[in-house]
Design a protein around this ligand. Sequence first.
Ligand code: FAD
Ligand code: DHB
Length: 389
Amino acid sequence: MRTTVGIIGAGPAGLLLARLLHNAGIDSVVLESRDRAYVERRQRAGILEQGTVDVLRGAGAGERMDRKGLCHDGIELRFDRRRHRVDFPALTGGRSVMVYAQTEVCKDLIALQLEEGGPLLFETEALAVEGADTDRPRVRFRREGAEDVLECDYVVGCDGFWGVARSAVPDGRTFERTYPFSWLGILADVAPSHDELVYARHDRGFALLSMRSPSVSRLYLQVPADTDADSWSDEEIWDELERRFETDDDWSLRRGPITQKSVTPMRSCVHEPMRHGRLFLAGDAAHIVPPTGAKGLNLAVGDVVTFARALAHRTATGSDDLLDAYSATCLRRVWQAERFSYDMTTLLHTAPDATPFEDRLQLARLDRITSSRAAETDLAEAYTGFPIG
Ligand code: FAD
Ligand code: DHB
């Protein structure tokens, strides 16, 4: 099999890249190890930055998002039993975010790709990328028990943190940090208890109230790093959420049947450079952020937009300039998102080894954000998104 761009992975990065290339008249083949139902059901991100929303619309993938997505103009910070709303449009000159689940973004892009785009092969596992430093890189893959080769002009590794593409970038450097806690996430069939997201800092740990629709809530609790999701009963989860969201006013948490429970570890990780020869890394294959700032999917979108633009530029002008700048262009934005995600994580979580001095500093940082327009604007600008490219 032969194509211009071999894409490994059909998460948001790989699927959007295939769509952007299709729109630019460049052919591609997507290889995805899992089946379609698995990719469409994997519960993960929920917040799309303004820039991501604009890219999906521009790619012709925004129709259902605009009907079903919930536009949010702010978030609430909760600490010391107090509530503070951060007003995004007022602080950023009109920007906001969209609550629209990653599962739905993937469903929309898969449907478009199967209808209009090039091959999207599920249950097809990439085994290795070969010849990245030649003009003809190849992806060796296994499909229906047989091995085969996809010959390409370029390969883009969109295969997430556990994929194979990164191992074909030699002499790279990885910068990482793990955190001594995880998130226990639940989906519940109950209307969200607040109309915007609530990020809560509590002495017992962080909690986040989010949503998937007007009738489905998504909530997270900070738990110790090695927690087994099944060790928490539904009642224990609701009781703990209630404690951490407690306020001095009459706000209350609505409970409902929990339909899904899972634990997500927290890590920060950046692999540099994001390119070797004709192999490019995009999304979680190149970098991971802790989920507190809601940046992972949005970073993946920035990477593939940057790659698609660079390749279209090469096709139109013959110049490799933008492809050569790919890694540096992406990394600048990646490190801003790493910084913000780290700041949000350390601002709101209780580290098991935190000293009373560090606890007080956390409260002082929250006090600063909620009393200084400059500090609050910094948060609002980062949350609604850094520019792409
Ligand atoms: P992935 O989604 O991991 O996709 C990689 C794909 O490659 C997968 O489909 C995988 O099956 C496939 N693959 C792997 N290996 C191979 C192989 N060898 N051959 C073929 N295919 C392969 N981000 C946000 O922006 N906002 C949020 O609100 C947010 N919340 C989050 C909450 C949680 C609980 C978690 C876990 C993550 C959250 N994220 C959030 C992060 C976001 O989900 C990821 O950053 C995003 O999925 C990255 O997309 P990707 O396409 O790069 O990688
Ligand atoms: C969601 C996840 C996040 O990491 C976040 O910061 C906000 C919302 C979510 O899954 O809805």
